[in-house]
Design a binder for this molecule. Structure first.
Ligand SMILES: *Cc1c(COP(=O)(O)O)cnc(C)c1O
Length: 430
């Protein structure tokens, strides 16, 4: 399909980036199961390695199936380019890598996927990086947390595990004034419910493992570049603005303009860190994205029905779904996420830790798994699993206290989901 930004979302989720295979006419994007690509001649090879010509060299860097997914994600998110990688966590490292250096920090929301809190508070220290966690609803706190060594601000659009919604526009005003990029993890919202770039984000990251693929088959990640951030406005981002020693002194921003971050992500990020997406995974994710809008609408419709039922049940203390009028995030959700707030939320069970454990074991339709964004409904007790490595204070701040379970509402019949929760709550709470 030719670039046609006037097409609607439902058209683009099927066609963007794809065209009939030039060799065979195959209508569906083939899985290019190859590690390498034959150079036309030695000059062609040299031009590719010099980044003077764009083409395929080796599948650690680029692959035609993965390239279709990259173009589709860039189109759906309204970016200029995207780099896919092996998982959502890989995407986070790939996003930070060109920006950070030893001694630099990222200012991150306290409301994040548990694994991200661990990655940011522990593992990135090995690189000499650090994270400062703040409540991103408190814009003054974000402003105060940004110092001369801050290279990015990181948040989730619809945040794990509580389904709280972030006002990206308000946060982008703060990062714009500070001259640092805003990175938004758009995994839970997907581009169907939220376009962070349209609201001022510089970069978007995804765990494509979740709603984008949509049926729990493959792990993957992506970084989408808005192309809007001026990497040369300060001397804070020398990997992009100054001669890059890891690519014989190439100046990425000067050479590639708005595509600097995307080229850097492939030519240095994937080349040297090697967290590549394989073409099979790209295939499954492309299949998933074809039905993204249909699934997301059903996830949202089911979630509001289940959340409303849980909220009126005596055995339930509270429900965090931002789509409920009782939520403190309801007004913001209507303004910033008008199509809905996805299928993820938490609820607190009156029986506490013990009742939560019994509940997850008593459910029939819901699967007890550490995943979200599946066609199937899923449940997990965060405090004993995904958020187990966090301190009790971090668990509370992340909305994952001991009496709380997280559910990811699937696209099954909502009445069946409610009946399943009803019988399991009876077993759990007596
Ligand atoms: C799952 C998830 C991640 C990590 O992605 P993986 O594909 O599991 O590495 C990051 N952010 C959010 C919001 C997630 O749900």
């Amino acid at each position: 399909m030719t670039d046609a930004p006037s097409y609607g979302f439902d058209t683009l989720q099927i066609h963007a980036g794809a065209r009939p295979d030039p060799a065979t006419g195959a209508r569906q994007t083939p899985i290019y199961q190859t590690t390498s690509y034959v150079f036309r001649d030695a000059d062609h090879a040299a031009a590719l390695f010099n980044l003077q010509e764009v083409g395929y060299i080796y599948s650690r860097l680029t692959n035609p199936t993965v390239a279709v997914l990259q173009e589709r994600l860039a189109t759906l998110e309204g970016g200029v380019g995207a780099v896919c990688c092996s998982s959502g966590h890989a995407a986070q490292i790939l996003a930070l890598f060109p920006l950070m250096a030893p001694g630099c920090n990222v200012v991150a929301s306290t409301r994040l996927y548990g694994g991200t809190v661990t990655q940011f508070s522990q593992t990135i220290k090995r690189f000499g990086w650090s994270a400062t966690f703040v409540d991103t609803d408190d814009l003054d706190a974000v402003r105060d947390a940004i110092d001369e060594n801050t290279r990015a601000v990181f948040c989730e659009s619809i945040a794990n595990p509580g389904g709280y919604v972030t006002d990206i526009r308000a946060l982008a005003d703060v990062t714009d004034a500070a001259g640092v990029p805003l990175i938004v993890d758009n995994t839970t919202a997907t581009p169907y419910l939220c376009n962070p770039i349209a609201q001022g984000a510089a970069l978007v990251v995804h765990s494509t493992t979740k709603y984008l693929t949509g049926n729990g088959t493959v792990t993957g990640g992506a970084v989408i570049d808005s192309g809007n951030f001026d990497w040369s406005a300060s001397d804070k981002f020398p990997s992009l603005s100054a001669p890059e020693p890891a690519y014989h002194g190439l100046k990425f921003h000067e050479t590639f303009g708005s595509l600097a971050f995307t080229f850097h992500g492939i030519a240095i990020g994937l080349r040297d860190l090697g967290m590549t997406m394989n073409p099979q995974a790209a295939h499954y994710t492309l299949m998933g994205i074809e039905t993204l809008s249909l699934r997301m609408q059903r996830h949202c419709d089911n979630a509001i029905k289940v959340a409303s039922w849980l909220e009126q049940d005596d055995r339930v203390d509270y429900v965090t779904y931002a789509g409920l009028p009782s939520s403190p995030y309801y007004e913001r959700a209507l303004a910033c996420y008008p199509k809905g707030t996805s299928g993820l939320f938490t609820f607190a069970v009156k029986g506490g830790y013990e009742a939560c454990i019994k509940l997850v074991d008593a459910l029939d339709i819901f699967s007890h798994v550490a995943n979200l964004g599946d066609t199937r409904s899923l449940i997990i007790h965060s405090a004993s699993t995904t958020h187990r490595q966090l301190t009790p204070e971090q668990q509370e701040a992340a909305g994952a206290g001991p009496n709380v379970v997280r559910i990811s509402i699937g696209i099954e019949d909502p009445d069946d989901l409610i009946a399943d929760l009803d019988q399991a709550l009876t077993k759990a709470c007596g």
